[in-house]
Design a protein around this ligand. Sequence first.
Ligand code: PBG
Length: 340
Amino acid sequence: MRANSADGAGDRIAHLLQRPRRLRRTPALRRLVRETRLSVDQFVYPLFVVPGEGVERPIAAMPGQFHRSVDRVVAEAERVAALGISAVLLFGRPVAKDPVGSEASAATGAVQCAVRAIKAAAPDLAVMTDVCLCAYTDHGHCGLVRDGAIDNDASVARIVEVAVSHAVAGADVVAPSDMMDGRVGAIRRGLDAEGFAEVAILAYAAKYASAFYGPFREAADSAPAFGDRRTYQVDPANADEALREVALDLAEGADIVMVKPALTCLDVVARVKATYAVPTAAYFVSGEFAAIKAAAANGWLDERAAALEALTAIARAGADIIITYFAPDAASWLRDAGSA
Ligand code: PBG
């Protein structure tokens, strides 16, 4: 339109210097000015390892996710490595549970066997392990129970044993998710004393007491038998406290800090990244995944668009690393995404 045309109301805005829509006009222009570039390099894929052989059992509340025995987990790890995914995060289930979660640190445990097998089959894939007791204890808490309460320091001693057993198996990164005080420092000392100075720690630093872990607890069979996790996980109403947790974990030697859940805590992700400028991970948790899956199954959401938008928002907030059950699908979507 000519700026000096005399006809009509359009003239009154013809000289706008700023028209944000100019750079939204074509896919190529939108790609050029895109601020957040989601990449498969950022993704960590969680996998659930169970005892046995030839097992691949669907997890009902997490469509597309499975309980897998070591042989099947290795096949899945090889598949996702070929998609370009950088890392897997292993969760385990035991043959039997007891009050101290004995199997969590057993050399023959499902996780330890899976670490060895994955490192042999896909040596370039980074193998991370969840370090916790909740799937292994008969009471389902992340620590040891004494007189009906969680005994912090006794729990930490057990958790160090679990972390060291994962390092012995060959884990690249151990990821304590128990939220006991002092566990990162204790794990660092324990690893160093056993000759594993090069094994990194990804601390579940700001892990909230969230309702969005519901589907995972079915997957890990780790719901607490009494009480809840509010005496060790962060109150969802707090953010300053999350920053203090991150500061403590960094001071104790955490190499990567995690905020969890992701979508309900984007403000915390942003503050952690801006405040500490360290490798920051966000866990797009089971309930967040299941909510999108369920809505999509009902035809209420476009799964691909919703998942990619959520992943982009997590990255935009400041997450360098995104732990997500969508990892393989998102890797494929990003690969065949031309423009949007
Ligand atoms: C165990 C653990 C949990 C998750 C990761 N590690 C559950 C919990 O704390 O109850 C949640 C993962 C998810 O929901 O995807 N300590």
